[in-house]
Write a protein that binds this ligand. Structure first.
Ligand code: 3DU
Length: 217
């Protein structure tokens, strides 16, 4: 994934035509499209191939199983044409290693969820997020996911991972996070879904985010 506009679209619509229409409108503004369970469960995994012919696809399946099952899941994800997969780290190093080994076979990428953006993340996730960030170093992953809704977490995780890993950051727009703030705190890309795909003009919304990032102080 090339770092141009620093924007990743979260394409969480459930109708194939809507997905293709929104994607078509925003291709020029996004560096990747993130596709997860809502769209794949409704339309089938072929949607990843459809979109990946135009732009890199990050498959957000938050893979969280034993190593063998993780390997089987990642094989299907990469066979579908995805460029990267998002996996959980709390399942432990062996489960993460299985994802990375599979990604290496396909020459693809892995991102690890280091912290989450919703209020409930403070109940359990925050207590392990630093450990997950540390564990992710030297594993061969490309980066971590950290929340735009809590930029102090992004700042902290950036200190832990240095420049070795990228940070992709969801929570901009509908969840209240600011694109310029989280990029200033160390994120490489922001992830935005609803504020773009629910808009009457997804291209205008995507362009706004890109301009906010480019013009930030
Ligand atoms: O809130 P939005 O509609 O902009 O979408 C955010 C996307 O990022 C959505 O796909 C969600 O599942 C994902 N995500 C988070 O929002 C927060 C996380 O910590 C991890 C992933």
């Amino acid at each position: 994934m090339e770092k141009n506009n620093q924007l990743i679209l979260a394409l969480d619509v459930t109708e194939k035509n809507k997905a293709l229409d929104v994607a078509e409108k925003v291709y020029e503004y996004v560096d990747a499209v993130k596709i997860g369970y809502p769209l794949v469960l409704k339309t089938g995994i072929g949607i990843i191939e459809d979109i990946s012919s135009r732009v890199p696809v990050i498959a957000d399946f938050k893979v969280a199983d034993i190593p063998n099952t993780n390997r089987l899941i990642c094989e299907q994800v990469f066979n579908s044409g995805a460029d990267a997969v998002i996996v959980h780290g709390f399942t432990g190093r062996d489960s993460l290693d299985a994802c990375v080994a599979t990604a290496n076979e396909y020459n693809r990428q892995v991102f690890v969820v280091a912290d989450m953006s919703h209020p409930g993340a403070t109940e359990f996730f925050q207590q392990v997020s630093e450990k997950i960030a540390k564990m992710s170093l030297d594993t061969g992953v490309s980066g971590v996911v950290a929340p735009a809704t809590r930029t102090n977490s992004v700042e902290n995780i950036r200190k832990i991972i240095g420049n070795e890993l990228a940070i992709i950051s969801p929570g901009v727009g509908a969840q209240g996070g600011s694109a310029s703030d989280v990029i200033n705190k160390g994120a490489d890309w922001v992830i935005t879904g609803r504020s773009i795909y629910q808009s009457d003009s997804p291209d205008t919304e995507a362009k706004k985010v890109v301009q906010e990032i480019k013009n930030r102080n």
